[in-house]
Design a protein around this ligand. Structure first.
Ligand SMILES: NC(=O)c1ccc[n+]([C@@H]2O[C@H](COP(=O)([O-])OP(=O)(O)OC[C@H]3O[C@@H](n4cnc5c(N)ncnc54)[C@H](OP(=O)(O)O)[C@@H]3O)[C@@H](O)[C@H]2O)c1
Length: 331
């Protein structure tokens, strides 16, 4: 079996570390790992597949000095903007977790269960969607394909780890009374209807990302979508209330059946027995969990869903590694 040189850019971060774990778990054929991070971490060591690898400072010289097959990026948009084209120019396929390239028309935005066909063989950069969008479209894609969705209302409850290590620390330290460093207000004992920056229309950038990325991944610019994204004091796992309006009459039973037959989805929906997905119980899982499937009785054809997934796994690392696996399988 062919083996590959894989770079992880941001290897010391929340997502980067999980990428290394997922690459190991899924036995991706990696012959050589190059863990890139900032100058702060350079020279330190990272363990991967039982071997130690030195963390390399991300500089143009250090990229050009190596022959890299795949580069998994999770070091923020400005790093991706500067370095992803350099990796691509040197022949690597870049799978980028930041928001930098997602809405570029020629860059595929991919969730392997939903739109693997968007991966073009020749493309140097592939974008990994926003964590809250990934879990939503895994649940929505089979429903849109089968029944035709008219309108979506997203309300999210997003974990602090979605804001990286510093977000995680704001909750962990906030419990002991420390002032927040990452979020604008304390997150412990609080909920913040504010993720990423506010835009002139009153939405946040996170909300705009969910709206635009959903349309791009589902390949339907006519979808009517609105979103309210909220940070909650949960370490891992985003939860979403998704209200869907269909073009034709659809029952909750039909929706449940469609979701039960979709790869990557686990339906946990038995309210009589108190069964529904929760982020704490489902942390560190790769699937998308759906519960509370019920008719929206306020419209002609509507259904409500409750969707939970680990934001660092399916929302970031696992999705990126699945894209890499898909490319390897196609070669
Ligand atoms: N957390 C999530 O749920 C999630 C989900 C999807 C996508 N993402 C995206 O993934 C990216 C990283 O998120 P994260 O949560 O892992 O953040 P994080 O925990 O803060 O980690 C950031 C990583 O980027 C590295 N880095 C920062 N500046 C750098 C530079 N100038 N050159 C090289 N490396 C640099 C850091 O290295 P040092 O240790 O050396 O500082 C660290 O490895 C972001 O673009 C984020 O939007 C995150």
């Amino acid at each position: 079996m062919k083996q590959y040189t894989v770079a992880v850019v941001g290897a010391t971060g929340m997502v980067g570390r999980k990428m290394l774990q997922v690459l190991e778990e899924r036995k991706v054929p990696v012959i050589e790992l190059v863990p890139f991070a900032s100058k702060r971490s350079a020279g330190g060591k990272i363990k991967f597949n039982g071997k130690e690898f030195e963390i390399v400072e991300l500089t143009e010289e250090n990229v050009r000095a190596r022959k890299i097959d795949f580069a998994l990026f999770s070091a923020g948009a400005s790093v991706s903007k500067q370095f992803a084209p350099i990796f691509a120019e040197c022949g690597a396929v870049v799978i980028d977790n930041s928001s930098q390239w997602r809405m570029e028309p020629n860059i595929p935005l991919v969730v392997p269960e939903v739109n693997p066909h968007a991966i073009k063989k020749e493309s140097g950069i592939i974008a990994n969607p926003n964590c809250s969008t990934i879990q939503a479209v895994v649940a929505l894609a089979p429903l849109h394909r089968k029944f035709g969705i008219k309108r979506i209302v997203y309300s999210t409850y997003q974990a602090v780890s979605g804001a990286g290590l510093s977000g995680y620390n704001d909750l962990a330290d906030g419990i002991n009374g420390a002032a927040p460093k990452k979020f604008p207000l304390p997150i412990f004992g609080n909920v913040l209807p504010h993720i990423d920056v506010f835009l002139p229309n009153g939405y946040t950038k996170e909300e705009e990302k969910m709206i635009n990325e959903t349309r791009k991944i589902l390949g339907d610019q006519t979808l009517r979508i609105t979103a309210t994204t909220v940070r909650v004091p949960v370490y891992y796992g985003h939860s979403e209330s998704i209200n869907i309006e269909f073009k034709t009459p659809v029952t909750a039973k039909q929706v449940r059946e469609a979701l039960e037959n979709t790869k990557g989805i686990v339906v946990m929906d038995d309210t009589e027995k108190g069964v529904y997905p929760t982020p704490r119980e489902l942390a560190d899982r790769d699937e998308v969990f759906v519960g509370r499937i019920r008719q929206d009785e306020s419209v002609e054809s509507g259904v409500n869903l409750w969707v939970v997934a680990d934001n660092i796994r399916k929302g970031a690392a696992t999705n990126a590694v699945q894209i890499l696996e898909h490319i390897i399988a196609e070669r």
